[in-house]
Design a protein around this ligand. Structure first.
Ligand code: DC
Length: 229
């Protein structure tokens, strides 16, 4: 990790679903005055477009053509990102289970990833950002000054997701099963699989509170900022 004082600060937070990335990213962005950008929301928005157009989620040519007529926009807000698909707000819709599963499927295709990576780099070109996702430290911003890989045991991540969703939604066992399936696909895809960058700080939050994780990441960012001045 190199700290170049002339380029805007980039904090990359990667890790599997349910590790707490979004909450930590929002807190770090607020603390250091950075834009908070959720790269997963972009994959989700594209997955929604694929669902709406009845596209084949495994057909890379069809999805490549669909990408050419798709516009995705993120608007950072205090509680996460507002997300627009072809200028229609889809912030809530993209969190539903069908979109969650489809996002993991459309994200395996190299052409879709390249398109996303170039949009994500543009978003980070002019101001300091916290970007969370799966390949931010390895692929999108390999020179990020801070790289965090946030992990936790699958059972704990499943339980957190279940509690976020509320008891009336999907049963806990099904949440864990879907999370394992998504983990498997995200970690084993050929293009940019989920894995820590060689220079990432790995934080296992299985036995840590949110406050403890935030405190650790804050300390790392402060240290890097001090070193670059
Ligand atoms: O972080 P999330 O749950 O919103 O991400 C949804 C899916 O998008 C995830 O299963 C894999 C994909 N994704 C990705 O491949 N690369 C990213 N940088 C972010 C998300």
């Amino acid at each position: 990790m190199t700290a170049n004082p002339s380029s805007p600060l980039v904090v990359a937070i990667d890790g599997p679903a349910g590790a707490g990335k979004s909450t930590v990213a929002a807190r770090i962005a607020a603390r250091f005055g950075l834009l908070n950008l959720e790269s997963g929301a972009m994959y989700r928005a594209f997955a929604l477009k694929a669902i709406q157009t009845d596209s084949d989620l495994d057909n890379r040519e069809e999805l490549g053509r669909l990408a050419e007529r798709t516009r995705i926009r993120l608007m950072p807000a205090p509680l996460g990102n507002r997300v627009f698909l072809d200028d229609v707000e889809v912030t809530k819709r993209i969190r539903e289970p069908d979109v969650t599963a489809a996002a993991s499927r459309v994200s395996v295709h190299p052409a879709i990833r390249q398109w996303m990576v170039s949009m994500q780099r543009q978003l980070g070109a002019s101001s300091g950002i916290v970007m969370e996702g799966r390949d931010i430290g390895t692929k999108v911003f390999p020179d990020a000054q801070v790289k965090i890989f946030l992990d936790a045991a699958a059972e704990v991540r499943g339980q957190r997701r279940y509690q976020q969703n509320g008891p009336d939604a999907v049963p806990a066992e099904a949440v864990l099963e879907q999370l394992r399936e998504r983990d498997r696909r995200d970690r084993t895809r050929a293009e940019s699989p989920l894995q820590p960058a060689s220079d990432a700080v790995i934080i296992d939050s299985t036995d840590l509170s949110l406050e403890q994780v935030v405190a650790r990441v804050e300390a790392i960012v402060s240290e890097r900022l001090a070193a670059s001045h």
